[in-house]
Design a protein around this ligand. Structure first.
Ligand SMILES: C[S@@+](CC[C@H](N)C(=O)[O-])C[C@H]1O[C@@H](n2cnc3c(N)ncnc32)[C@H](O)[C@@H]1O
Length: 339
């Protein structure tokens, strides 16, 4: 975490929420800090895609010695440090030395959203998986294995399930860890991406899906009750949706496709409800929320993406379907800049 941002966070008393005529607010900073500053019971829907594990840095600096520093302080690999310790020692979300640390950090951050999320609210988290490689290639931006974006190599500790070529099942580990923290999992929506580009591997199929988990809060007693408008979901209401990945926007490689998130926003938040994306990147979820008569709040750690999000959040064109983002079908030409 950049020191000046941390100081600014400590000095910020609380987050003002957008009024109906204010539509959207974007705050620059670490979601970990900002979530804690939201008023209680204020958010109807959290919809987001955090950085995935071990793929890219989004240009943030990361301390590759963070594991050794944790061990030097008496910690062990198996026991992840608290997120606050991790970032104070130069750790960046998504660049954890071990996938277990990543899951622990993510869950800790999402736990901080619980008091702001209304009892009848929803949390939708889009997350993709990673194959283990002892020597992995991390991009500053862009899609792993594609293009000529700058990249670095790093050595990841092997052991247990962390073995060469292993699909790490990070989304499942995350979902189970969230269940262990009392979240109720309502759907594991599969986002099928028919236009993923070819991969060089000759001994496995292409990874052509990601998960979009729908969590709700567990009540003190009884069954969970939450807002849901079934008339706003895709035809057939199936838990597999087929949406092409599209070229990123504003230099971001992981912009949400509108078709993936619009049905979630419409079905999981009421008109004029408050929608939050704590890892908002270019602000696509905010823009789609605002276009649909919701209020939106976004958090983003980098100043370049938070500026983009601020501009995009009320931009109707940005909130509308891009031409290359149509529902996937066999034979679609792969894009070159995917996430
Ligand atoms: C997968 S991208 C989200 C893209 C977004 N869905 C969009 O449509 O543009 C994750 C974003 O989280 C940001 N980020 C990384 N660590 C963060 C943190 N601790 N707090 C807030 N934002 C963070 C990254 O800079 C990146 O823009």
């Amino acid at each position: 975490m950049i020191d000046y941002l941390r100081q600014a966070m400590e000095d910020t008393p609380g987050i003002t929420l957008p009024l109906p005529d204010g539509a959207a607010e974007v705050h620059e900073g670490d979601a970990y800090d900002l979530l804690d500053k939201l008023p209680g019971n204020s958010v109807d829907l959290i919809i987001t895609s955090p950085p995935y594990w071990g793929l890219r840095t989004y240009g943030l600096s990361h301390n590759e010695d963070v594991l050794h520093e944790w061990e030097a302080e008496g910690g062990s690999k198996e026991e992840p440090p608290p997120y606050d310790w991790y970032r104070l020692h130069g750790g960046c979300l998504g660049m954890e030395p071990l996938p277990e640390w990543y899951v622990s950090n993510l869950v800790e951050i999402f736990q901080r959203s619980a008091s702001a999320l209304k009892q009848g609210g929803s949390l939708w988290v889009n997350i993709g998986d990673t194959y283990f490689a002892r020597w992995s290639s991390i991009r500053f931006d862009g899609r792993q294995g594609l293009g000529d974006n700058p990249r670095m190599r790093r050595k990841t500790p092997m052991g247990g399930f962390r073995q060469e070529k292993q699909l790490l099942m990070i989304p499942a580990r995350f979902a189970i860890a969230m269940q262990d923290k009392r979240w109720i999992l309502r759907n594991d929506l599969i986002w099928e991406k028919r236009n993923v580009p070819p991969r060089p591997e000759k001994d496995r199929l292409r990874l052509a899906h990601e998960h979009f988990y729908h969590f709700v809060k567990r009540p003190k007693e009884g069954r969970p009750k939450y807002y849901y408008d079934m008339s706003a979901v895709e035809d057939g209401a199936r838990d597999v949706v087929n949406v092409n990945v599209s070229a990123g926007s504003d230099g971001h490689s992981a912009t949400f496709p509108v078709k993936l998130i619009e049905p979630r926003i419409l079905s999981s938040s009421p008109p004029n409800g408050l929608v939050l994306d704590p890892f908002c990147g270019t602000g696509r979820a905010l823009a789609v929320a605002v276009k649909n008569g919701r209020r939106a709040v976004g958090f983003e750690i980098t100043s370049n993406f938070s500026s983009s999000a601020r501009m995009n959040a009320t931009n109707l064109r940005f909130a509308s379907e891009a031409s290359d983002e149509s529902t996937g079908s066999e034979g679609v030409q792969p894009q070159t800049h995917l996430f």
